[in-house]
Design a protein around this ligand. Structure first.
Ligand code: DI6
Ligand code: FE
Length: 415
């Protein structure tokens, strides 16, 4: 009996970027094949090493020399929200800063009022095209944060909508509770009382309804202080939820180091991260999530400490940060390009950032983000001649097929 008896699908005559070697290389297999069984990758290797395959049982697909990569992972988004902030975009172009707009009652809290007004159905309808855009670019896993409800009812509503999106599209959704994103106006001068609600009311309810896979905090001058962040981390820990943090985006408050003490999954943004923070992240096995869309959109000049992250071998993920205020960009291909052009990542580092390290930032590195036997068969087929094309060109979509859990979910003949 050959192995292939159990296979459902075999992609043959493909090149593979397995992404099993971190950012060091694409983990290439040239003239390869990949077999799927029961939603998992069952075999991969050179075509010349393929066992006999019974074509009456196995669906054989000729990849015609195209490239397979893991399905892409966008590990940091806020893509469920009401309204938009084009007006603030105009204000910024007239000279106001993001912080000035936030302090004047715009910014996150303006999206909060639009999100509170929207029904579940309205939020679902507005989020769907954003998720569809990512899906059509080859994304098979997306993380979505709450944080525009800022009261129990509306935070729960956002997380429910994020869950409903997975019924609309074949995308794996991981949800993150970001109740500590900003202070709602009704608690303007009373952060501690708001955090009582976050920790003692929202979080227990989110946990009891199983609505989140992780907890995040925006630790920043315009967000929450280090002490306040610690409160939320303690509450997350008490509920056994993994921690993520928006840290060191506009200043260095030491939130990455704090998060490292809580064995957090990732610290995200990190333009102002210092070497002490990087060492702490390395020690606790955290992932650095780079968000070039927000850097670009805010016209930041402080670059994340890429060279130090490399030196200390902290894995770097890359994500869209899709949100209405600082990264209204629902395009993972553009993030690949920006990670290279703005942050000087190599194409293999950038691709690792939205595959194996995107998975790691979500605690999924054992099941997603790599082409390896036993991993989920979330796979993208690209009409490209070399993997660097995914980073190099932008605006033409070379995705020709997308497979999620072993099922083909997209096919684009014209790619
Ligand atoms: N950092 C960000 O980039 C987003 N949230 C955060 O904590 C911005 C959210 C917004 O401006 O709506
Ligand atoms: Fe964010």
């Amino acid at each position: 009996m050959t192995l292939s008896k159990h296979w459902q699908t075999l992609y043959t005559n493909v090149n593979l970027a397995t992404m099993t070697d971190g950012a060091n290389s694409y983990g290439e297999i040239i003239k390869g094949a990949l077999a799927i069984s029961e939603g998992k990758i069952a075999w991969l290797g050179k075509v010349s090493d393929l066992p006999d395959v019974d074509s009456s049982v196995v669906d054989i697909i000729d990849g015609k020399g195209q490239w397979l990569t893991p399905g892409l992972i966008d590990c940091h988004t806020h893509l469920v929200y009401g309204g938009n902030r084009a007006n603030e975009f105009e204000m910024r172009l007239q000279g106001k800063s993001y912080q000035e707009i936030a302090n004047a009652g715009g910014g996150i809290v303006s999206t909060v009022s639009a999100t509170r007004k929207a029904s579940e159905q309205e939020l679902l309808a507005s989020a769907l095209p954003r998720l569809t855009a990512l899906h059509q670019q080859g994304v098979t896993t997306v993380e979505i944060k709450s944080g525009y409800g800022l009261d129990t009812l509306n935070e729960i509503k956002m997380l429910k909508v994020a869950g409903l999106l997975a019924e609309e599209l074949p995308v794996t959704i991981k949800r993150t509770f970001l109740g500590a994103h900003a202070l709602p106006t009704e608690y303007k001068d009373n952060a501690e009382a708001y955090l009582d609600i976050v920790c003692d009311e929202m979080l227990p309810q989110v946990v009891s309804e199983n609505l989140a896979d992780a907890v995040d905090v925006f630790c920043e001058g315009i967000g929450f202080s280090l002490e306040q962040t610690k409160r939320v981390f303690d509450a997350a820990k008490a509920h056994n939820l993994p921690i993520k943090v928006h840290a060191e985006q506009l200043s260095n408050l030491g939130a990455s180091e704090l998060a490292a003490n809580y064995d957090a999954l990732s610290s995200d943004h990190i333009e102002f991260l210092d070497e002490a923070g990087i060492k702490a992240m390395k020690k606790s096995g955290m992932t650095a999530v780079l968000l070039p869309g927000a850097f670009y959109f805010l016209r930041e000049t402080q670059l994340p400490p890429i060279e130090l992250l490399r030196k200390h071998q902290v894995p770097m993920a890359v994500a869209t940060d899709a949100n209405p205020g600082t990264s209204p960009i629902h395009n993972i291909h553009l993030m690949l390009n920006m990670a290279c052009t703005l942050f000087r990542l190599t194409p293999s580092e950038a691709l690792a950032g939205i595959t194996c390290y995107g998975a790691k930032a979500l605690g999924l590195s054992e099941s997603k983000g790599q082409l390896a036997v036993g991993y989920d068969a979330d796979i993208a087929l690209w009409n490209i001649e070399q993997p660097a094309e995914l980073c190099y060109q932008f605006g033409v979509n070379p995705l020709s097929r997308l497979i999620q859990n072993g099922q083909q979910v997209l096919m684009n003949e014209s790619a």
